[in-house]
Write a protein that binds this ligand. Sequence first.
Ligand code: FMN
Length: 202
Amino acid sequence: MSPRTADTAVAVHPLLAERWSPRSFDASHTVTDEQLTALLEAARWAASAGNLQPWRFLVGRRGDATFKQIFDSLKPGNQLWAGNSSLLIAAVAAEQHADGTPHSHAAYDTGLAVAQLVLQAQALGLHAHQMGGFEAEQLRTALSVPDGYRPLSVTAIGVAAAADLLPPELHARETAARERRPLTETFYAEGWGTPVRVRQQG
Ligand SMILES: Cc1cc2nc3c(=O)[nH]c(=O)nc-3n(C[C@H](O)[C@H](O)[C@H](O)COP(=O)(O)O)c2cc1C
């Protein structure tokens, strides 16, 4: 069990317990075509409201033009570290139904597809780090995202590397204890605010 492993009241699946979001990535690593295809299949097979699959993805591999365009759209704080990842994948949601009415579950569904992609990355021995810190309009222009589609996130994927390879200002964040709100403050029953009775963290 690594110091990054989630501290849970009872065991959860290792894919979940071992997932975390590194900033230090191995700049020499590249994904194989098979790995990339597995990541995309994992996202493609997510559940969605009405099976409308409102997601689209823009996929950049380090060294190609798409990677650079996605990278250039990142906020400076993310550009400090994301360039060493093997993939930058932008998730885009179709915000409207075919008849032009708003699709109220588009973001929910697209996030779920990203979650599946992230866990597939974990299953392949890779790590993923999602980012909301990017300029959506810059990405839209650079990669010709049509109206009605909204870029929601960028996910960096690659092999996690040593924390001390990061610039000093990022090093402490990479090794800081991972924390979550307690079960009692998150899961309710018998009315809002009343903790559901489950085993607590010991
Ligand atoms: C929608 C979303 C946006 C995020 N945006 C950023 C970001 O812009 N930069 C960053 O370094 N991390 C970002 N993160 C990563 C979170 O900070 C991270 O998931 C959280 O601190 C929990 O850490 P863990 O993933 O290691 O468990 C984002 C995560 C999500 C899901």
